[in-house]
Write a protein that binds this ligand. Structure first.
Ligand code: SF4
Length: 313
């Protein structure tokens, strides 16, 4: 398969920035919002400990109580982006914790607050696949006619044994069910997967990518597993009970994933950002640009690109 022309970019994958320019004719920026949500995998509804890599701090902003309103967070973010990059149009990104973990009417108030602000052209909401009842998906559908809408589902791995071992609190079927109920309603679906989870081989990781490739998914975020201070994973790392992925292995695995994914899936992230004050390992992961450059280089060395090994099942 040749490199697709519709990407209209110089990359070997379909990056989110290019996708937004292709869709809107100009740059669009995401404004991160912490609306104060918690998570059923932390408050005892599903579990109390949370995923083993999760830092219960949630966001820096939350530590500076009281949390600013959604409106104020948008105003502050817009000012910052306008000063730094001359940005004019934005997507309101409800990022922190499980952003559909409330009754539908409360969610509507929060999302409406964001969408009523000037220059907000879209909504992106990060959540768990076991936290999207039908009335919440219908709410997203109601926005999709007028706004650019994304639901971001945390999957991390398609393998139930891995999901169990990281205390994820849902299985792979729950993810497939959420995607099936969301698809075909004008809502863009983004999936998060983590590379480097304990006990997973490269083949396990690629099986997750192959599974995502068969789903009606529009975007993906690929995260490097980070060991952070204050997490179960961080403790395991400090006790020498787990090893973190090496950079070369990560880069090659991500390139394999990109080759497997279909060309239309937008790549929203290729590594992890991170919690500088809580960061433990892997050390090389601190330099995000170096990781991205290494991925570019490896794809160039292979003379391959996203979708070059995609096969419809
Ligand atoms: S689902 Fe997200 S917020 Fe909840 S415990 Fe896991 S990583 Fe933390």
């Amino acid at each position: 398969m040749a490199k697709p022309q519709f990407w209209n970019n110089s990359k070997r994958y379909y990056d989110f920035k290019s996708f937004l320019i292709n869709s809107f004719g100009h740059k669009v920026y995401k404004l991160q919002i912490d609306a104060g949500f918690t998570c059923p995998n932390r408050d005892g509804t599903i579990a109390t400990g949370g995923c083993i890599y999760c830092n219960s701090r949630f966001s820096d902003l939350r530590e500076q109580a009281p949390l600013p309103t959604v409106k104020d967070q948008i105003a502050n973010g817009k000012k910052l982006y306008a000063r730094m990059r001359g940005a004019k149009k934005f997507i309101a990104y409800f990022q922190t914790a499980t952003n559909t973990y409330a009754p539908r009417d409360k969610l509507k108030l929060l999302y409406d607050e964001a969408l009523s602000e000037d220059d907000i052209i879209g909504l992106a909401v990060g959540t768990r696949p076991d936290c999207v009842p039908d009335d919440v998906i219908a709410l997203f559908e109601s926005y999709a006619g007028n706004y650019h809408v994304w639901i971001e589902y945390g999957l991390q791995s398609i393998h139930d044994r891995t999901l169990d071992s990281i205390n994820r609190g849902h299985d792979g079927r729950t993810f497939i069910d959420a995607v099936q109920r969301t698809a075909g309603r004008g809502i863009n679906i983004c999936v998060h997967m983590i590379v480097g989870l304990p006990g997973e081989t490269r083949e396990d990781i690629l099986e997750t990518a192959r599974s995502i490739a068969t789903q009606p998914v529009n975007g993906i975020k690929i995260h490097l597993l980070l060991a952070l201070e204050g997490t179960v994973l961080g403790t395991l790392y400090k006790e020498g009970k787990i090893t973190m992925m090496e950079k070369d292995d990560y880069v090659c695995t991500v390139c394999d994933i990109l080759e497997i994914l279909p060309p239309h899936i937008v790549i929203q992230r290729l590594t992890a950002d991170g919690y500088r004050d809580k960061y433990l390992a892997p050390d090389w992961g601190r330099n995000k640009m170096a990781v991205l450059n290494a991925i570019d280089k490896e794809l160039e060395r292979r003379d391959s690109w996203q979708g070059s090994r995609f096969r419809k099942r």
